[in-house]
Design a binder for this molecule. Structure first.
Ligand code: FES
Length: 160
């Protein structure tokens, strides 16, 4: 294994490759699907005609995002984590929260971003099949902690 390879035995090149996770005709009915891509647990959402893939376990405490409701918040589609109701944008993985400017006592709460907290992955469709390509692991993301904790072993056919 070279120095740039992840500790789980997959190579950087493996993570770069799109992995087939399901069919468009299925997700159009189910609206979401779970997948494991190179050992990493992913959820793919189909919302308003668009596909979004992100780490399945919430960055806060590992909650099951595939069981959350999708809500429109401040013009952005968000998954609401079922455990503690954190709001995460489907498109960017940003955590959203409401805040009041204390210097303006009469101000109403406004939605703000905590920054990208949940790792988003690339989804493509070819011949009716859905593919997920994992995003660049060299840029860390808070959801990596639970993604690594729940990582599944990757079996290589070369070991047989
Ligand atoms: S685990 Fe998701 S909000 Fe706490």
């Amino acid at each position: 294994m070279d120095q740039n390879s992840p500790a789980d035995g997959t190579s950087r090149e493996d993570n770069d490759l799109p992995v087939r996770v399901g069919k468009m005709e299925d997700i159009k009915n189910s609206r979401r699907m779970n997948a494991t891509v190179n050992g990493r647990e992913i959820v793919v959402f189909y919302h308003k005609g668009k596909l979004h893939a992100m780490d399945k376990h919430c960055y806060h405490a590992g909650g099951p995002l595939h069981l959350g409701e999708i809500e429109d918040i401040n013009g952005q589609a968000c998954i609401i984590c079922p455990w503690h109701k954190y709001k995460i944008t489907l498109a960017t993985g940003e955590g959203l929260y409401q805040a009041i400017d204390p210097k303006l006592p009469s101000a109403l709460p406004k939605w703000r971003s905590k920054g990208v907290k949940q790792r988003i992955h690339t989804v493509t469709v070819k011949n009716g099949d859905i593919y997920v390509t994992l995003s660049d692991p060299s840029i860390s993301c808070e959801s990596d902690y639970y993604a690594d904790k729940y990582k599944k072993p990757v079996h290589s056919s070369l070991n047989k």
